[in-house]
Design a protein around this ligand. Structure first.
Ligand code: AMP
Ligand code: GLY
Length: 421
């Protein structure tokens, strides 16, 4: 089969790396890909957000299956566009993509279907919001409604911080129209975990859960990022909690999709807060998580192409997911300055020095004119290891990230230490 993966981050590298292992994949393309993905797939320089360009590429290469990585093209309707020309595509359509593209849409879905989540209120009027500052107590969770590359959530500790966040979003419009509507939530307490699920119109199947490290600094300090590291399995889950999740969250979500006419086929990423009064949904994303995918797919034994095809054909119930018992740990190396502004074009050294069983997933990398691999994004690499124990996976990831260097490189030192999130 000829497969096209759309995107250019660590998640897409992990998807390509795993698909390449499928004996049924005969040609593998990635648009636009990055310097590392080029080892596993043929990269074609078409932007993930250039929908007509991706459609033309899929037609030109006679693609049998397209797989969409990032949320922006999904929200733009790339799946609808590809399916309109007969290209089978893994990922939710535009209507379903509102589950990530609008936090208000998801909150009303959760409320309507009695799925546990934080109390919330939505605002389009700045003054009404300012009048309500502190409505659910402190910290005040303030969210831009639309897509903001993982940076649109502020946990304000006091009225001054809350007003500043509201001014940024609704006044200066730092997230553009994504911040013209704001959702305010009660602050949930507990342990966060990421549950990625394969979903078709009949079935929802959770993958092994993972932990993600969202803040830039150790001690869970500093601003939120797209994710600075991950490990899987998460140790927060046991059989009783899984049963509760199934009854209170997974089954009602699938039933809600069916009731609302949402033909979801793809990955539903459920951000969970597991607190004293049970698990609650923090958010839905409609795609694989980054960097959760790097850890989760390292452990998947099932052929990923079989899973993708089954989802597209509404045959997911026939698939049994098999997992390696080991732990995977992914540590992200980011550019100096990220998640704020950062420089690009820094030469990366040491990539060939890592141990054989380590996978370095590339995120923001490119080739310079001299053929060097250089930085080209905020998150640059995800150094990923499998270990018999959590500690072994973590130590292997850190032993190897230390062999890699570029000017300004920063990474968290406590990824994989249980209880550090
Ligand atoms: P989101 O983009 O909705 O996942 O939010 C980003 C991060 O903000 C989450 O991963 C949580 O760490 C935090 N967060 C979001 N909503 C809440 C909430 N209601 N209570 C506590 N923390 C939250
Ligand atoms: N790691 C969080 C996300 O992919 O949204």
């Amino acid at each position: 089969m000829k497969v096209l993966v759309v995107g250019s981050g660590g998640r897409e590298h992990a998807i390509c790396w795993k698909l390449k292992q499928s004996p049924r994949v005969t040609e593998l393309y990635c648009a636009p890909g990055n310097a590392g993905i080029g080892k596993d797939a043929e990269c074609v320089p078409v932007s993930a957000e250039d929908i007509p360009g991706i459609v033309a590429l899929a037609q030109e290469k006679a693609i049998d299956l397209a797989v969409i990585g990032p949320e922006v093209p999904l929200a733009m309707g790339i799946v609808d566009a590809l399916e309109a020309v007969g290209v089978k595509t893994f990922g939710p359509n535009k209507k379903c993509s509102q589950l990530e593209a609008s936090k208000a849409f998801t909150k009303s879905f959760l409320a309507r279907h009695d799925i546990p989540t934080a109390k919330y209120k939505e605002y389009t009027d700045k003054q009404a919001l300012i009048d309500d500052i502190g409505i659910f107590g402190w910290p005040m969770v303030i969210k831009a409604d639309g897509l903001a590359a993982g940076k649109g959530v502020v946990l304000a500790e006091n009225a001054v911080e809350a007003e500043a966040a509201i001014e940024d979003m609704m006044g200066s419009r730092v997230f553009g129209e994504a911040g013209d509507k704001i959702v305010v939530e009660e602050c949930l307490r507990g342990v966060e975990a990421s549950m990625l699920c394969f979903v078709d119109t009949n079935t929802i199947v959770p993958m092994e859960p993972a932990q993600d490290y969202k803040r830039i600094l150790d001690g869970d300090r500093g601003p939120n990022t797209g994710g600075m590291g991950s490990y899987s399995p998460s140790l927060v889950f046991n059989d009783a909690l899984m049963e509760q999740l199934r009854k209170e969250i997974l089954e009602p979500t699938l039933a809600g999709f069916q009731a609302d006419g949402l033909d979801f086929r793809g990955v539903l990423f459920i951000g969970l807060m597991i607190g004293k009064d049970g698990p609650k949904v923090i958010e839905f994303n409609n795609r694989f998580g980054d960097p959760e995918t790097q850890s989760v797919l390292m452990r998947l034994d099932t052929d990923l192409l079989d899973v993708f095809e089954a989802v597209c054909d509404d045959r997911l119930a026939e698939i049994e997911l098999k997992w390696k018992p080991q732990t995977a740990c992914c540590v992200v190396a980011a550019s100096g300055g990220y998640p704020g502004s950062y420089e690009k074009g820094k030469v990366i050294t040491g990539l060939d020095d890592v141990d054989e069983d380590i996978v370095v997933f590339h995120a923001g990398t490119a080739f310079d004119a001299d053929g060097n691999i250089v930085t080209s994004g905020g998150r640059v690499l995800g150094v990923t290891a499998l270990g018999e124990t959590h500690d072994e996976a973590r130590e292997k990831a850190y032993d190897n990230i230390e062999k890699i260097a570029f000017e300004g490189m920063q990474y968290r030192k406590e990824i994989g230490i249980v209880g550090t999130i």
